[in-house]
Design a protein around this ligand. Structure first.
Ligand SMILES: NC(=O)c1ccc[n+]([C@@H]2O[C@H](COP(=O)([O-])OP(=O)(O)OC[C@H]3O[C@@H](n4cnc5c(N)ncnc54)[C@H](OP(=O)(O)O)[C@@H]3O)[C@@H](O)[C@H]2O)c1
Length: 339
């Protein structure tokens, strides 16, 4: 079957995915029997393009590079109309993250399920705020709701649980799930002030102009909520997760930790205590011998505590155009194999 893809949001991740699909088209067909056409793209900045037989992706990428609206197959449609009326069988929701209401992404996902389309997303909004509801809506129609890219971008976390670690009971997941704060802490340990480290993170594109979501721990809290609900099968709300960021850590704290052979890390944690699930985000002073203490710069890592294997850690990128584009590809291949 040739998969028909609609992309909602054509920013870093949407373009990263489009480039991967183009570059790997032959390999995907040869190795996995995966054939696709991108039939629709809708983005607030570039407009909507739709062609039921497949869009000319290089030409649309060229438009974006020139910072101009889509010039081929342009339609005066918004994203919801594209989702509802296109012949796509899978919608990739790659628009902006809203951790307060989840919209417009939650509405995009609902519209896709109502019209019989799978959803793949790297958007934390729907996954952190409405996972159960959306998964049920998908299940009812025999559709997939796949969210690998929402935690640690393309580094396998959700699929690790559902694939290789299926059969293990997970009692805890602890990790560094925000690259920006880990980068800032790493730079501070090298002697930079918090302000300079933040400025450097902004220059490198790790931190947004308004860094609140990262430095106050809110981004990590969204990811911890996803881990709690998807990996531990509970139904926590974001507000159930205690949250403290890194803004109160001083250079003095860093120096004291160093003298004690320790290092500060912003740790997202979810664990079972009896029947209860406890989740939090907070800075922790870890001994240098701790596996998470060696994770430096913008890299992410999670350690899962399992009954059959003991601790299993995965380390890898937590963001990036290609890395998050890959998370979408891996879920598209999942649909191809199991959809
Ligand atoms: N980049 C990463 O490394 C990374 C990693 C993990 C997860 N994610 C998540 O993946 C998603 C996409 O990230 P990104 O980096 O590609 O973001 P981005 O570069 O900001 O792109 C998002 C695009 O979606 C557009 N958009 C906003 N509302 C829309 C709507 N209602 N309909 C259609 N398009 C809409 C935006 O247009 P305007 O700019 O004009 O509003 C923008 O062009 C986000 O939810 C993000 O949190 C990203």
């Amino acid at each position: 079957m040739k998969h028909r893809i609609a992309l909602i949001g054509f920013g870093n991740v949407g373009q990263g995915l489009a480039e991967i699909l183009l570059n790997k088209e032959k390999e995907l067909k040869k190795e996995y029997g995966y054939e696709y056409s991108v039939v629709g793209i809708s983005d607030v900045a570039w407009g909507t393009a739709y062609n039921p037989d497949g869009l000319d992706i290089p030409s649309l990428l060229a438009d974006v590079k020139e910072k101009q609206k889509f010039s081929k197959d342009a339609k005066n449609w918004d994203s919801l109309k594209l989702i509802k009326e296109s012949n796509a069988n899978v919608v990739c929701e790659l628009a902006f993250t809203n951790l307060e209401t989840g919209d417009p992404a939650i509405s995009h996902c609902k519209a896709a399920f109502e019209t019989g389309k799978h959803v793949v997303t790297s958007n934390k909004g729907p996954a952190a705020l409405a996972y159960r509801e959306l998964k049920e809506a998908a299940d009812k129609k025999g559709l997939k709701f796949l969210i690998e890219g929402t935690v640690m971008s393309g580094t396998p976390v959700i699929n690790l649980m559902e694939g290789p670690l299926a059969g293990c009971t997970i009692s805890a997941a602890r990790g560094i799930v925000n690259g920006t704060t880990n980068y800032i802490l790493t730079q501070m340990e090298g002697g930079m002030s918090y302000g300079d480290a933040l400025k450097k993170a902004q220059e490198l594109g790790y931190a947004e102009a308004d860094p609140t979501g990262d430095v106050e721990g809110y981004d990590a809290r969204g990811k911890v909520t996803i881990l709690a609900n998807v990996v531990m099968g509970t139904s926590l709300k974001i507000s159930d997760v205690a949250c403290q960021g890194i803004t109160k850590i001083t250079q003095e704290d860093i120096a004291t930790a160093k003298a004690e052979n320790c290092r500060w890390k912003l740790i997202g944690s979810v664990k079972k205590e009896g029947e209860k699930i406890i989740a939090s985000v907070a800075p922790e002073k870890l001994p240098l011998t701790h596996p998470l203490a060696g994770v430096m710069g913008a890299t992410n890592a999670i350690t899962f505590s399992t009954d059959l294997l003991g601790d299993v850690s995965i380390v890898g990128p937590g963001a990036g155009r290609t890395q998050t584009g890959f998370s979408i590809l891996t879920d598209l291949l999942h649909i191809h194999r199991n959809g």
